[in-house]
Write a protein that binds this ligand. Sequence first.
Ligand code: SF4
Ligand code: SF4
Length: 88
Amino acid sequence: MSVGVFNLDIKGNKWDLDREKCIKCGACVAVCPFTALELPEFPEVNEKCIFCNICAMACPVDAIKVVKTNKSAVVDKSTKDISTLSKM
Ligand code: SF4
Ligand code: SF4
């Protein structure tokens, strides 16, 4: 379940899109490693975002601003349950 927005703020960590600058090229969506962006028209960010800044670096017109001030606010650890199986 993902709800895309143009501005995400999770306890001080922010992702902001400037729709005046955005040319809807989709580069940000293509590079996001966490499928946190969708492009229905303008790119929209969802709660999967970990504020890594990769999309902002890929944007050719500097339309995305990412601020990460609170590392503990991001809960994105896909913890693997590693069970040790002993073969008989
Ligand atoms: S900051 Fe990182 S995780 Fe968030 S939308 Fe951009 S590339 Fe994806
Ligand atoms: S990379 Fe920049 S210009 Fe392209 S869709 Fe994303 S925000 Fe808009």
